[in-house]
Design a protein around this ligand. Sequence first.
Ligand SMILES: Nc1ncnc2c1ncn2[C@@H]1O[C@H](COP(=O)(O)OP(=O)(O)OP(=O)(O)O)[C@@H](O)[C@H]1O
Ligand SMILES: [Mg+2]
Length: 703
Amino acid sequence: MEIEEERADGRCSVEEAAKRVEGRKGKYGEAAAIAAAAMYLVWENLTVMVPNLWNGQSRRLLLDGLNGYAEPGRIMAIMGPSGSGKSTLLDSLAGRLAQNAVLTGNILLNGKKRRLDYGIVAYVTQEDTMLGTLTVRETISYSANLRLPSSMTKEEVNDIVEGTILEMGLQDCAERIVGNWHLRGISGGERKRLGIALEILTRPSLLFLDEPTSGLDSAAAFFVVQALRSIAHDGRTVISSIHQPSSEVFALFDDLFLLSGGQAVYFGESKMAAQFFAEAGFPCPRQRNPSDHFLRCINSDFDAVNMALMISQRENQKPVDPLSKFSTAEMKARLVEKYRCSEQEAKMKTRMREISEMEGPSMTIKKCGNRAKWWKQLSTLTRRSTVNMSRDLGYYWIRIIVYILLSICVGTIFMHVGTSYVDIFARASCAAFVSGFMTFMSIGGFPSFIEEMKVFHKERLNGHYGIVVYTLSNFLSSFPFLALMSVASATIVFYMVKFETEFSRYVYICLDLLSSIAVVESAMMIIASLVPNFMMGVIIGAGYIGIMMMTSGYFRFVPDLPKVFWRYPISYINYGAWGLQGAYKNDLIGLEVDSKIGGGPKVKGEVILEMLLGYQAHHSKWWDLAAVLVILVTFRLLFILILKLKEKVSPFFQTLYAKQTLRRIGEPSMATRKSKLPQFPSKRHHQPLYSLSSQEGLNSPIN
Ligand SMILES: Nc1ncnc2c1ncn2[C@@H]1O[C@H](COP(=O)(O)OP(=O)(O)OP(=O)(O)O)[C@@H](O)[C@H]1O
Ligand SMILES: [Mg+2]
C-alpha cells in the first residue's frame, strides 16, 4: 500500500518507491527509538467554562464533564458539529486553553498530573503559522535540523526530510515558497499538509491534530490520515479532530469521541459507533456515510431550518427523511442519555481505571520536542532567520532603502556644515536627527517581527527549542542587516555633512547609530513579547520612543529635566540620552568654533558642549557608547526573562483568575463536584477533583 502511494506521483519505479519507504522506515526507526515512550492520557470530569464578564453570575459551558482516555498504538477521532468543543478539548488537553476560560477536572499523563505544553505534546493547530519566505523543503529541513538528534548524519536527516515530503504528498510543491502578505505561495491544503509534516518529522509520542484534513481533497485526506494511523500503530498516541471524513477515512480511526454542545455523545471504538446509534433508535441508512449520519443526528444548529423544510415538504406531500420526525435536540438528548448508561461508557471507565493503575519504566514521560544539541539549534535557527530576513522585503530591505534616502536628505540639508558660531546649532540638530529620528524608524520592522514571534511561540509550545537559543539566533541573524543599515546611513551623513574627518570619529558615529538601532529593535522585541498584536505594538513602541526622544537632551537639556522620574531614572536608562551625548562629544571635542563676535578668539568644543548643550565632558564618549551597549544587553536579557516568566508565572495567574471566577459565579460545586467515575483503587490516583494549578503548574487551572 505504501509503495503504491510512493508511486502515486508516477515519477518513480516500484523498486525505487519500495526502497524509499523502507529507507524512511529505517531512519525513523532510529529517530523513533530515542523518542518512543508510551503516552497514556486520561481526562476525567473535564469541564471548561467561560464566565460572562458583564453578568457576574452567568457562565457558558464549553465542555461539560468529559471523561475519556487515549492510549499508544491507537488513533482517535474527535468529531462533532462546528462549535461543539473539539478544539477546546484539544487545547485543554494540550494546556493551551485561552486565558478567559476556566478548566476543572483532571488530566493525567501516564497516571500523573503534569503540564503538557512546552514539548510533551506535538500539536498541529487549526491555524498554521510558518515563515512565509521559506520553501516547503527548506521549512521541513530547518525543522528537522532543529529537532532531530545531533548524532544523526546529514544524509540520515535528509532521508527523513525527503521521506516526510513524500509521505505528505508535497513533492510537487517542495521548491515553492510557503507565501506571506506579498508573496503568493502554496495552497491552503498544501500548507495544512506542511503543518502536519513539521510535527510528524520526529514521530512524537503524543500527537494532537486539529482538523488536519480540512481543505484537503478526499484522496489527500485519506493518505494523510493513513500516515497518521501508521504513526499511531508504531506505538504513538494520536488524537485528531476531524470534519466530514469520507467512509474510507473514517474507517482508518480506531476510536471515536463524538461531541455535541460540549457533551459526550459517544466514546469508544469507531466501528461500534453505528451499532450504538442503531440501538438508540437512529440506525445509519445503508447508503449514508456513517460519520455524516452521526453528525446529522447531533447537529442541532439547524433545527429551525429543518422545521421550516418539514412544513414545506408536508405541504408538497413529499416523503420526508425518516430522521426528520425528531428534532435534533431530541435525538441528541436521547443519545447523550443512552450513552450515560451504555456498555461503552462502562468499558471506558474500566479502561481508564486500568490505565491509571499502570506503573513501570515504560510509563516514564519524555519530552518529544527537542533532541538536537543547543549549538546545532543555534546555527540552524540563525541560518533560517537570516534567510527569512533577507527574503522578506518588509523586514529590513525597505528600511535600509529608506535609511539611505533619509541620510541623503540629511546630507544635502546639512551639506558641508562649517564651524561658524551659528553652525553649532546645525551640527547639534544633525546629530540629534541621526541619533533620535533615524533610530525611530526601527519601529518599521515590528510587523515582520510579530510574524516571527508567532512562529517562535508555536514552536516553543511544541518544544522545538529554547528561549535563549532563539534570542541569540535573532541577534546574530539581524546583526548584519543592522550593521549595513547603520554603516550606510552613517557613511552618507558623515561624509556629506563633513564632520571632523578623523577615521575614529567615523567609526564612532557608525557604532553609535548601530547600538542605538539595536536597542530600539530590542525594545520592540520586548513590546512584541508583551503585546503580540501589530497595531497595539506599533502604538506602544511609538510612545516609548517618543518619551526617549523627549528626554534625550535635545528638546530639553538633561540637567534641566525635573529630577523626579525624568532625570532619575528615565534619562539614565534612556539609550537616546547616552547616544546623543556620545554623538555631541564625538563631534565637538577637539573642535574649535568661531567666536560669536567676528574676530574674537575661537571657542573650544568642550565649552560649547557644557555651556550650550548641557553636557559635561568629564567622561569619554566611549563610556557613553558603553552605556548604550549595557542598555542593549539589559533589554535582551529582559526579553528572555519576560518570556521565561510568562511560561512559569502565567499558570499562577490563571489559577488566581479561575479561583476568583469560580467564587464570583458562586460555583462551589466546581471544587467539590463529585467525579462520576468510580474511585480509583490505586493510591496514586485516589484523588478528588481539585485545582489543576496544584497539578505541577498546569496552565489551565481549576479550582
Ligand atoms: N476562549 C473562549 N471564549 C469564549 N468562547 C469560546 C472560547 N473558546 C471557545 N469558545 C466557544 O466554544 C465553542 C466551541 O469552540 P471550539 O473552537 O472548540 O469548536 P470546534 O468544535 O472546534 O468548532 P470547529 O469545528 O468550527 O472548529 C464555540 O462556540 C466557541 O465560540
Ligand atoms: Mg475547531
